[in-house]
Design a protein around this ligand. Structure first.
Ligand SMILES: [Ca+2]
Ligand SMILES: [Ca+2]
Length: 351
């Protein structure tokens, strides 16, 4: 508790000196309750008086990232305030599970709860959360306020904390594409919400979407149209003829929907990269510039946060890396760009 006496005249000296109606206003005004996102270290309160020495305002210094509860009330004569501060009274832990029904979470210590639970804890208090996988499932890691695999995860409440526990197959590969859950969990291997195609579904849960590191140390996502899972998805070295292929190449394949619809569209999702103007495909033992010709080939779209490349490939046609494989369509492709014109010009000069 903090009690500060302002410099105004004390009780008895100025009885009833508050302007009419101000006391109830102050009573209401100074009952401020911060429960989320507010910041208050509660260090200083500055009182403001009018020319007659009557209190007209109390300003509080707000800082830090803590949460708190502070209440002010005028005394009987109106110009002495009592400030009651209770910093650290509120903090909320919100827990959820994903994918739904694959496990439960508990909030340790004296508190415990099942799935989709919420608890209010004091700031500065130690909290412990633990994930329990359902049968034949495994706990993968946390997302939200903490991205890691500690289980239980013990932390100190410094504010509102929202956590989601992610679960997957016990073998470490949940969906039907060939990549492990960790591989698809972002470049760090810890972001189980990673959604490179922006579908709203984490990629480790999507058969037709694969996120993976490239041979150049970058990270990209590739998806395939239709209804069949990606059969293969791997990174490989770009053609030596490509001087500027910053993402290397990807090698993907899938089966096509029907004999009458023997084409697939692969989509690559890269970081926004204005340099990418070309797409090269490995075709019949050589790399070709696989530009869209109206039927097959690559089209490049630069979007706000990413570069998206759609690559149409038809069975046995140009760009199919598995021409001899019935029912399968493969793509070995590399996004890139040609040498800058000035470089070519300089090369000519140097020859
Ligand atoms: Ca996705
Ligand atoms: Ca996937």
């Amino acid at each position: 508790m903090t009690t500060r006496r302002p410099n105004g005249r004390g009780a008895g000296g100025l009885a009833g000196s508050l302007p009419a109606g101000l006391a109830p206003v102050l009573s209401a005004l100074f009952l401020w309750l911060f429960t989320a996102g507010a910041a208050w270290a509660a260090t200083e309160t500055t009182y403001v008086y009018d020319a007659d020495g009557r209190l007209v305002a109390a300003n509080m210094t707000l800082s830090s990232s803590t949460l708190g509860d502070f209440r002010y009330a005028p005394d009987a004569v109106g110009n002495i305030l009592t400030a009651t501060t209770t910093v650290g009274a509120y903090g909320t832990v919100v827990l959820s599970v994903a994918p739904e029904g694959s496990g439960t979470v508990t909030l340790g210590g004296a508190d415990s709860c099942a799935t989709d639970c919420q608890k209010t804890l004091g700031l500065g208090r130690s909290a412990s959360v633990q994930a329990y996988a359902a049968q034949s499932r495994a706990f993968l890691g946390w997302s939200g306020g903490y991205a890691g695999t500690d289980n239980p995860h013990v932390f100190t409440m410094t504010g509102t904390m929202a956590l989601t526990a992610h679960f997957g197959a016990t073998g470490g590969k949940t969906d039907a594409d060939p990549l492990s859950d960790v591989t698809e969990a972002g470049q760090s291997g810890r972001v189980f919400t990673y959604d490179g195609d922006g579908s709203g579904v984490a990629d480790y849960l999507e058969d037709r979407v694969a996120s993976l590191p490239t041979v150049t140390g970058k990270y990209l996502t590739v998806g395939v149209s239709g209804t069949r899972p990606l059969l293969t998805a791997s990174a490989r070295t770009a053609p030596s003829s490509c001087a500027h292929c910053p993402y290397g190449a990807v090698d993907v394949s899938a089966s096509y929907p029907t004999s009458t619809n023997a084409c697939l569209t692969y989509t690559l999702y890269l970081p926004n990269d204005a340099r990418i103007t070309d797409f090269y495909a490995y075709d019949g033992g050589e790399w070709i510039d696989f530009a869209y010709d109206g039927t097959t080939g690559a089209q490049i779209y630069r979007e706000a946060a990413r570069t998206r490349i759609t690559v149409r490939v038809c069975d046995g046609k140009r760009g199919d890396s598995l021409k001899s494989e019935p029912t399968l369509i493969g793509l070995i492709g590399a996004p890139g760009y040609a040498a800058a014109a000035t470089s070519s010009f300089m090369n000519l000069l140097l020859k």
